[in-house]
Design a protein. Structure first.
Length: 109
């Protein structure tokens, strides 16, 4: 190593004092009426479908990667997650988080 150090990205706050992150989260493009695909990282076995938008709601179904869903409502921000209400091909309806950790687990189709 040549002694160079790496520093986290930072941008100068605008004059109005509002902070702008250097690497903002890119919108997934999900919208009500659109289709979404469950895309899980290797470290996850299933996406939890809950009966409400939040971690305190019961899990009603576990969705494997590759499950195609219809977005029926959302987004709702709760418990530091963005939640979408979705319907499975079998007609099950529930809420799923769009991003878990650094993995976007619901992607627009």
């Amino acid at each position: 190593m040549d002694g160079a150090r790496s520093f986290p990205a930072w941008t100068q706050p605008p004059a109005d004092g509002e902070f702008t992150p250097a690497n903002p989260v890119v919108s997934s493009g999900l919208a009500v009426g659109e289709m979404a695909l469950v895309t899980l990282p290797d470290t996850m076995e299933a996406l939890r479908l809950r009966n409400g938008a939040g971690l305190d709601f019961d899990i009603v179904l576990l969705l494997p990667t590759g499950t195609l869903l219809r977005v029926v409502d959302g987004p709702v921000e709760a418990d530091d997650f963005t939640w979408w209400q979705v319907r499975t091909p079998e007609g099950n309806v529930g809420w799923a988080a769009e991003v878990i950790g650094s993995a976007r687990v619901l992607t627009k189709q």
